[in-house]
Design a protein around this ligand. Structure first.
Ligand SMILES: Nc1ncnc2c1ncn2[C@@H]1O[C@H](COP(=O)(O)OP(=O)(O)O)[C@@H](O)[C@H]1O
Ligand SMILES: [Mg+2]
Length: 551
């Protein structure tokens, strides 16, 4: 049994030696002897000092705890206003941060152990405790409490940081979701505009391609596949595979255009392609090379347009104008043929009359028959000339002499009798050869000459100049061009119309049956011959059309 010590109620025991800050203890003990005994034990401590506040009741303890900070509570388990575990729970609930050491009697050890579960740091059995054990238990309880606090603090901090980080992650996640949403929208937009592009390509029958020169990978848009009558799986996408689809006669010109493009010259060419069913289509191709930093070609992009129908329409138009011109010529010529026919008929009549009467006049007959031969030859010349205009062979491209073609056209017009009151001035330089279609060039000259005669009313001066660009007559001069000028001294073209004369269906002769296709077709033909045509006109003085054709 502990020694009995008298203690004043609510009196603090303070150790004499106060070297360090003393440990503030709340002693909750209703047994005055035990309290005195505990105070004595605490006072014996040499390593640490205590400042002890002693109360008898739990309610007093709770009041003090609210007012004053304590380092430790030494709690008796059987108090007048609380007993057993309930005491510990209430004290711990009131001040969860202050360590509690419980004291029990010998028989209460089980209860003491349970008190540890309810928040007590340690328990002491009154009958077994001494000063040393008490001080050690108190100090350990405080230290453990502090360690636990530190741990709790670290834990709280960690939790806080986890919460902050989680918060950040949530925000990042939200931003990411927004971005994904945004990207989805952009992708949808992209898909839509791709669809629109494909649709546009389908409507105008233009496809585009992209050739990575370094890897030789060739990308075609869907429309190109459609133009070539292929599906993407049928075509190994390379430049060589593409060349295989080109008409054999056009491959060289494509290779040439592409190799020139590799030196920076964009190309624009028309060529034929052969579909798998053997049908031939006509396409217009354009291409342009992108160069790397050191000037090496890295990429080539371009377009392919199916111009088969356009070409066919052009040809139809060309034919219709040709037929219109021929119709005009035919009516003019029919008139011209009537004269020789009348002469032939007159001669034949003369001979017939005399033969019937038995008059044989050898000299006269010879004379008449000579006239008949001459006129027949003339008619034959006219029909031949007319027929030559429609012969298919002359529409193939080969080397032709421009002066010869011009003369043949002039002859045909002459047969119509339209040159009777026209002074034709020819300034021809040598033999000027160009690579072209004789028939088409005749059509060009015919249209220009007929326009000139229309303007002059078949009366005036027609000047025909031909020359090479350098002015010399050496037509072997590589790279030079041929100039052809057809000039009339008619009324000229009003300035407001000069820019329109090449437009299809522009005519000032609608009343006289003009359809306005002549010059538009002239323009097409000259372009097809890689040439140019220009008009200059001065009102009251006349008009000149100047053609330049490469040799
Ligand atoms: N030599 C010319 N002198 C004056 N006007 C011309 C001449 N050539 C062409 N034109 C003008 O250009 C127009 C278009 O010519 P073209 O295309 O040949 O059609 P068309 O002869 O059927 O009218 C003519 O109607 C005429 O007004
Ligand atoms: Mg005309």
């Amino acid at each position: 049994m502990p020694r009995q010590v008298r203690l004043e109620q609510k009196k603090a025991f303070v150790s004499e030696a106060m070297k360090e800050a003393p440990i503030a203890m709340l002693l909750v003990e209703d047994n005055p002897a035990d309290a005195a005994w505990i105070a004595e034990m605490l006072a014996e401590a040499t390593t640490v000092q205590f400042s002890v506040m002693h109360v008898n009741r739990l309610s007093d303890a709770l009041t003090f705890l609210r007012e004053k900070p304590f380092d430790i509570i030494l709690l008796d388990l059987s108090l007048p206003d609380g007993s057993g575990l309930d005491t510990v729970m209430r004290a711990h609930a009131a001040v969860p941060n202050i360590p509690i050491v419980v004291m029990s009697g010998l028989g209460d050890e089980d209860l003491a152990v349970q008190a540890l579960h309810e928040g007590a740091q340690d328990y002491l059995v009154k009958e077994q405790v001494d000063s040393h054990l008490l001080v050690r238990s108190v100090r350990y309880a405080i230290e453990r409490r502090q360690a636990e606090d530190a741990l709790q603090k670290a834990h709280d901090e960690l939790e806080l940081r986890v919460r902050q980080r989680t918060g950040e992650l949530v925000l990042t996640n939200e931003a990411l979701l927004d971005e994904i949403e945004e990207r989805k929208k952009v992708e949808e937009e992209l898909a839509k505009s791709r669809e629109r592009l494909a649709e546009a390509q389908r409507i105008v029958r233009i496809g585009n391609w992209d050739w990575d020169i370094r890897t030789n990978a060739l990308h075609w848009s869907d429309e190109i596949y459609r133009i070539f009558g292929l599906t993407s799986s049928e075509f190994g996408m390379t430049y060589d595979a593409f060349l295989q689809l080109v008409h054999p006669d056009d491959r060289d010109s494509i290779k040439k255009a592409v190799s020139e493009a590799l030196y920076g010259e964009p190309y624009s060419i028309e060529h034929r392609i052969v579909l798998s069913d053997g049908s031939i289509r006509c396409v217009h191709g354009e291409g342009e090379v992108t160069f790397g930093e050191s000037g090496e070609p890295i990429r080539m992009v371009g377009t392919v347009q199916d111009i088969t129908e356009k070409k066919e329409n052009e040809i139809r138009l060309l034919m219709s104008e040709r037929l219109a011109a021929l119709g005009q010529i035919a009516s003019g010529i029919a008139h011209e043929i009537n004269n020789p026919l009348a002469a032939i008929a007159a001669c034949a009549d003369g001979i017939m009359n005399r033969v019937r009467k038995g008059q044989i006049e050898t000299e006269l007959f010879e004379n008449y028959l000579g006239i008949i031969q001459e006129e027949v030859a003339r008619c034959k010349g006219i029909t031949t000339s007319m027929l030559s205009f429609v012969r298919k062979a002359i529409y193939e491209k080969k080397y032709v002499d421009v002066n010869y073609v011009l003369d043949k056209t002039l002859e045909l017009i002459g047969f119509q009798g339209r040159l009777k009151e026209v002074e034709v001035i020819k300034n021809y330089r040598g033999v000027l050869t160009v690579f072209g279609s004789e028939g088409e060039l005749r059509q060009v000259f015919l249209a220009l000459l007929v326009n000139a005669l229309d303007a002059m009313g078949d009366r005036g001066a027609l000047t025909l100049n031909t020359a090479t660009i350098s002015g010399d007559t050496d037509d072997r001069n590589e790279g030079s061009s041929v100039f052809i000028t057809i000039r009339d001294n008619g009324p000229g073209i009003p300035p407001e119309f000069v820019g329109k004369v090449f437009d299809p269906f522009f005519t000032t002769k609608a009343d006289a049956g003009g359809i306005g296709l002549g010059l538009s077709i002239v323009n097409t033909i000259i372009k097809d011959h890689n040439g140019t045509i220009q008009v200059s006109s001065e009102q009251g003085k006349g008009t000149a059309f100047r053609i330049i054709l490469p040799k």
